[in-house]
Design a protein. Structure first.
Length: 610
């Protein structure tokens, strides 16, 4: 995992590797395309260098040169027509080569960025829940969208154009020196000035690009968080304050963009001014040599054209270097994310059970999310650990119904997260059917567990898609059966579209109880061996709760069922109730046995009765 000692002002880790070389690795499958593009660049450069020479030679041969004096007007006109036709052919060849190169390089860039996005998304989904606990969603979204698009510019525009401009500059210098050394040196008088401006521009533009990227990430992170929490903002009437916070971040981005604009606004006019000065020098010095008979008028024309062409690639090179820096800055952020290793790692090869029966054992489990100083806790980093679970041991047999109760922060939900191996324990072991879950396949573990959470997430789409979650093995009949068993069919079948009813983002048009029923149907459609209900009835009204309670007994049959509930009336039928307090098991037994113990459970029960 990257070193967190190197972070910028928004808490992002700084990449320490070579992002450019890593990006070039993505070109390997397209090496033939790249080589063909480079060949086309050489052809295009030769054609562009030939165009001024074609006109210059025509001036000397058919208009002002000594050779023109020996030709008739018709011969001169015929020569000019031939030159014009050849010039048009050169332009057509430039068009064809440019079009071919553009299509090839754009297609290659899109394919590479598509691959990169898929890799990035697959990697993000493989990361442990701890990563999502500590990383803003807006930052991840920025990596997968904005930053990958910046890299597309690198592949689709920068690489080939950089090569083209370098070759063009070398070709122009060589041709000018070959034509006339004195005139060439006269043409290069402003090159040192342009080179100095380019170096300064590169340094300033790189810094401004990095600041802009950082500010965009900060703004996206703020938007993602506050748009998701808009209901809370409006409930507490904090729109004006939050708009003020957004204004500050927007102002920071504006200032960064303004600085970037000013760098370009100064650099481009200076380069243009330098080219004008160089052209003036050529016209002054070249005119004297033309009048003195040292060079021809056609040669001077070629130099005026070449000097104009020389400054254009120099300016483009500077700007392309800046765009390259932007792409590399984005690449560094992407590769930093891709180098984040999952805290929960799978053993290779994992143990694959023929079938999961559903026995769950906690063997002296100690667990902490982080240490006292905010670092992620691990098996090798337990010093000053902020323990959530302390020496927890119990066994749940297949088919048993067990409930966990206790005050908020007692560790109930953490137990559920550990069973699905979303986190790893620091001490002790958790076993399913006698096998340590750290040795098992996470896919097999999670496919055997169906979990209904208190906070239900509903995706944009329709009812069927939200129950199936794109698992085509779940038929429409299975969806309807799951909905009937959870009583979700009561409200689904009353909707205008039934199971095809469109669902808005997060299911905003449904009540909390309806979203919970959908989540229940989603879980049961997968027919899990282990059923986990995490406050499954917390947000459900009395009528809806009655619907679920009617189905729960049937649904738990044949399944290992684990419940976490604050309402003790919903768990009295369980085979065993485990009372958690400050991360430890304090009491265990049936509802009646716990009442007779006259302990924590009885106090909780009496408080709820009151």
């Amino acid at each position: 995992m990257p070193d967190r000692k190197h972070e910028n002002d928004v808490g992002e880790i700084q990449y320490k590797g070579n992002a450019f070389l890593r990006l070039m690795g993505y070109l390997k499958p397209y090496i033939k395309t790249v080589l063909l593009c480079f060949v086309l660049v050489l052809i295009l450069t030769a054609l562009e260098l030939y165009r001024p020479q074609l006109i210059g030679d025509a001036i000397d041969l058919y208009i002002t040169g000594d050779a023109a004096l020996h030709l008739t007007p018709d011969e001169r006109f015929a020569g000019i027509l031939r030159t014009s036709g050849l010039y048009i052919l050169v332009l057509l060849a430039v068009f064809v080569c440019n079009r071919r190169q553009h299509l090839m390089i754009q297609e290659m860039g899109q394919k590479i960025v598509y691959t990169l996005r898929m890799e990035l998304m697959a990697h993000v989904q493989s990361l442990s829940m701890r990563f999502f606990d500590t990383t803003p969603v807006g930052r991840i979204v920025t990596r997968i969208t904005n930053d990958t698009e910046a890299i597309n510019d690198l592949y689709a525009n920068i690489i080939v154009r950089l090569f083209r401009n370098v070759i063009k500059i070398i070709g122009l210098v060589a041709v000018m020196l070959a034509l006339d050394v004195k005139m060439a040196l006269l043409s290069f008088v402003m090159v040192p000035v342009v080179a100095g401006l380019t170096l300064v521009f590169r340094k300033l533009s790189r810094k401004t690009y990095q600041i802009v990227k950082t500010r965009i990430t900060a703004l996206n992170t703020f938007l993602s968080e506050h748009l998701s929490g808009m209901r809370v903002i409006q409930i507490f009437n904090r729109e004006e304050e939050k708009c003020g916070e957004f204004g500050l971040k927007n102002q920071e981005l504006y200032r960064a963009g303004y600085r970037e604009m000013m760098v370009f606004a100064i650099f481009r006019p200076l380069i243009y001014f330098s080219s004008i000065v160089a052209t003036a020098v050529i016209l002054g010095g070249g005119s004297a040599q033309v009048l003195g008979g040292v060079i021809s008028l056609g040669t001077m024309y070629m130099f005026t054209q070449y000097i104009g062409q020389l400054f254009q690639p120099i300016q483009e090179l500077a700007e392309q270097f800046t765009t390259l820096q932007s792409a590399l800055a984005s690449a560094e952020k992407i590769f930093t994310l891709m180098d984040v290793e999952p805290i929960v790692k799978e053993k290779e090869p994992p143990v694959m059970l023929p079938q999961i029966r559903g026995q769950i054992e906690f063997d002296h489990v100690w667990f902490a999310y982080e240490t006292m100083d905010g670092q992620a806790a691990s098996a090798s980093n337990t010093e000053n650990a902020n323990w959530v679970l302390r020496d927890v041991s119990f066994v749940i047999e297949p088919g048993q119904k067990v409930a966990f109760v206790g005050a908020t922060g007692a560790g109930k939900s953490s137990i559920l997260n550990l069973i699905g191996r979303y986190y790893d324990v620091q001490k002790g072991a958790i076993r399913i059917d006698g096998v340590d879950i750290r040795d098992m396949s996470r896919e097999q573990i999670r496919s055997a567990i169906g979990q209904v959470q208190q906070d239900v997430f509903i995706f944009t789409g329709d009812i069927k898609q939200n129950i199936r979650l794109r698992d085509d093995s779940i038929t429409d009949g299975s969806i309807r059966e799951a909905a009937r068993n959870t009583n979700a069919a009561h409200f689904i079948e009353r909707l205008p579209g039934g199971y095809d009813e469109r669902v808005t983002e997060r299911g905003a048009t449904f009540s909390a109880g309806q979203r919970q029923l959908l989540s229940f149907a989603r879980t049961l459609a997968y027919d899990p061996t282990i059923l986990i209900l995490d406050e499954a009835t917390a947000n459900i009204d009395t009528e809806t709760e009655q619907w679920i309670q009617e189905a729960v007994e049937t649904l738990m049959k044949g399944r290992t069922s684990i419940m976490v509930a604050h309402r003790l009336s919903t768990i009295q039928h369980c085979d065993r109730i485990i009372v958690m307090h400050h991360g430890k098991i304090r009491e265990s037994g049936t509802h009646q046995e716990l009442l007779e113990q006259n302990g924590i459970y009885k106090k909780l029960y009496q408080l709820q009765l009151a």
